[in-house]
Design a protein around this ligand. Structure first.
Ligand SMILES: NC(=O)c1ccc[n+]([C@@H]2O[C@H](COP(=O)([O-])OP(=O)(O)OC[C@H]3O[C@@H](n4cnc5c(N)ncnc54)[C@H](OP(=O)(O)O)[C@@H]3O)[C@@H](O)[C@H]2O)c1
Length: 255
């Protein structure tokens, strides 16, 4: 039996990772802040699948809490075979409107936690000669649209770099870059997205299925959906002056 540790496993994409990995027979360690939701997910999954689910409540913007999760990832007695760095959110408002403490907390969750947990996982997994890390970025990584997109660009480059460094060790690294997915993300970030219908909206099931299939096939960058593969190809070939144009990224005006 192998064990997967998933951050942000109580909602959206992370909840779907928990479901699909349990269905594939993995024991789980699920991480998020809300303890009652963690317990609900544990109970739902253990009722449906013959797997063990361990709950680890942690706020990944808090250094001590992140260190606790890193220690669980490093635990040699209870190895983690698959790490999914998924927890994340966006901030409402533009850079001139946000509080700098909120920006730092966002960076800690989107970047620092991914760095610290990947480091712990890579060391433990390489010593065992096997394992897989999946980091969740976004199509926003290919835009120049605020601190969220800058953080997700970091996740893509970091994951590609780590994948190259771990080549031949038996440890795989992949990065999932989805477009719009129907989760709690937009509501939490107070982003008005209307009825969430249309070809640009992905469902979490297919998103996670693609991530797991691509990771299993050794693909480093996973972009679910033909429409988003076309968009990412286009974004990667557009001149940077177009990518950073105020008409694309939105102009910042002082209040
Ligand atoms: N939905 C999209 O359109 C979309 C597109 C591209 C990329 N993504 C990325 O996909 C990932 C998952 O997002 P989602 O759409 O599934 O969002 P979601 O439905 O809002 O779920 C977010 C999860 O992250 C956890 N979380 C949030 N802040 C946390 C913190 N400080 N410490 C620990 N856990 C925390 C939440 O649980 P608690 O609140 O209990 O902590 C929840 O389990 C994120 O990295 C997001 O950036 C989403």
């Amino acid at each position: 039996m192998t064990t997967a540790l998933i951050t942000g496993a109580t909602a959206g994409i992370g909840r779907e990772f928990a479901e699909q990995l349990a269905a594939r027979g993995h024991d789980l360690v699920i991480v998020a802040r809300d303890e009652s939701r963690l317990a609900e997910v544990r109970d739902e999954i253990t009722a449906r699948y013959q797997v063990a689910v361990e709950v680890l409540a942690a706020d990944l913007s808090d250094r001590t809490a992140t260190e606790r999760v890193a220690q669980r990832v490093s635990d040699r007695e209870r190895p983690i075979d698959l790490l999914v760095n998924n927890a994340g959110y966006g901030l409402p408002g533009s850079f001139l409107e946000t509080d700098i403490d909120d920006e730092e907390a966002l960076l800690d969750v989107l970047v620092r936690a991914v760095l610290v947990l990947s480091h712990a996982a890579a060391q433990a997994m390489v010593s065992r000669g096997r394992g897989q890390i999946i980091n969740v970025a976004s199509v926003a990584a290919y835009l120049a649209s605020g601190t969220y997109s800058a953080a997700k660009s970091w996740v893509v480059v970091f994951s590609e770099s780590l994948s190259g460094q771990l080549d031949g060790t038996g440890v795989g690294v992949s990065v999932l870059a989805p477009g719009f997915v129907r989760t709690e993300f937009h509501e939490r970030a107070a982003i008005d997205v209307g009825d969430r219908e249309g070809t640009l909206w992905l469902d979490p099931t297919m998103t996670v299925q693609t991530a797991l299939d691509d990771a299993g096939a050794g693909k480093v960058v996973s972009v679910p959906g033909l429409q988003y593969r076309a968009i990412v190809t286009l974004l990667r070939h557009l001149p940077r002056r177009v990518i950073r144009h105020p008409g694309v990224v939105g102009r910042q005006r002082p209040r």
